[in-house]
Design a protein around this ligand. Structure first.
Ligand SMILES: Nc1ncnc2c1ncn2[C@@H]1O[C@H](COP(=O)(O)OP(=O)(O)OP(=O)(O)O)[C@@H](O)[C@H]1O
Ligand SMILES: [Mg+2]
Length: 254
């Protein structure tokens, strides 16, 4: 058990946003976080990453409260790819990816072969090698998203948190990324909107509604027509291919 939330609560301006969430990111597996717009996914990810402190409960990393661990140690362990990133940065794609190595180097250490290798591997895995020397500000939306993911990979985290990582990606790059995340062997939690992607690629799914966790478990146990109706307020059917075991969600018109 590496990263978990225990009865975690966060409010802002007197409004409860995250309401007593208890959740575990299974070690080395891919956990999908699904829920409607405004249900608290991004807020929860920021709490899990330690960018924000809750008023109640705790985030635990290896059973230690995250709040007692140094920023540097957290940054060596855990990477977050946020939903929106600043766009006016005068850096090349490679330099943005290289930022992921910062926590691993002492203040006076120069670049090591391992740093260079990590950056090159991250660019390659996200298909961004050819664009490495292009200025970040001139990249397309999908290319920027892939560079942010490459930065997180270069960080070589043991826990990887991603907020809608498939945003801006074309369908092939969406599928490539989900495959990559599933195959990393890193504990991974990603907010996703596409339920068919979540059931196809995630080992487990956590469902959040109005700031509260309503379910966590294997896709086949969690993603049911009843759950989709109660959480997303839409009619759907969930079917399973008897030979492959693959789940499929179909949304029904009113
Ligand atoms: N700093 C803040 N101040 C005020 N309200 C906030 C703040 N951060 C989040 N909220 C509110 O908390 C709720 C949850 O927001 P959050 O961004 O976590 O949702 P989400 O599930 O990620 O939604 P989406 O699917 O649209 O990305 C929203 O109603 C949002 O307006
Ligand atoms: Mg969000």
């Amino acid at each position: 058990m590496t990263l978990q939330a225990r009865d975690l609560a966060w409010e802002t301006g007197g409004q409860p946003i995250v309401k007593g969430v208890t959740l575990r990111v299974p070690e080395g597996r891919f956990l999908g976080l699904v829920g409607p717009n405004g249900s608290g996914k991004s807020s929860l990810l920021r709490l899990l990453a330690g960018l924000r402190r809750g008023q109640g409960g705790a985030v635990l990393l290896d059973n230690r409260p995250l709040s007692t661990i140094s920023r540097r140690e957290v940054a060596c362990r855990l990477a977050l790819v946020e939903q929106q990133t600043a766009t006016e940065v005068a850096l090349t794609a490679r330099e943005v990816v290289a930022l992921g190595r910062t926590p691993h180097r002492g203040a006076w250490e120069t670049w090591s072969a391992a740093d260079h290798a990590a950056v090159a591997a991250a660019l390659k895995r996200t298909g961004m090698t050819d664009r490495a020397d292009q200025l970040w500000s001139t990249l397309s939306g999908g290319e920027r998203q892939r560079v942010q993911i490459a930065r997180a990979l270069a960080q070589m985290p043991r826990e990887l948190l991603l907020d809608e990582p498939t945003n801006h990606l074309d369908i092939r790059h969406q599928l490539d990324l989900l495959k990559l995340l599933r195959g990393l062997g890193t504990s991974c939690i990603a907010a996703l909107h596409d339920l068919n992607h979540a059931v196809a690629f995630c080992d487990e799914i956590a469902v959040i509604k109005e700031g509260a966790l309503v379910a966590q478990g294997r896709p086949v146990d969690v993603i049911t027509a009843d759950l989709i109706r109660s959480v997303f307020e839409i009619a759907a059917t969930v079917s399973q291919d008897p030979s492959t075991g693959r789940l499929r969600v179909d949304f029904l018109p009113d």
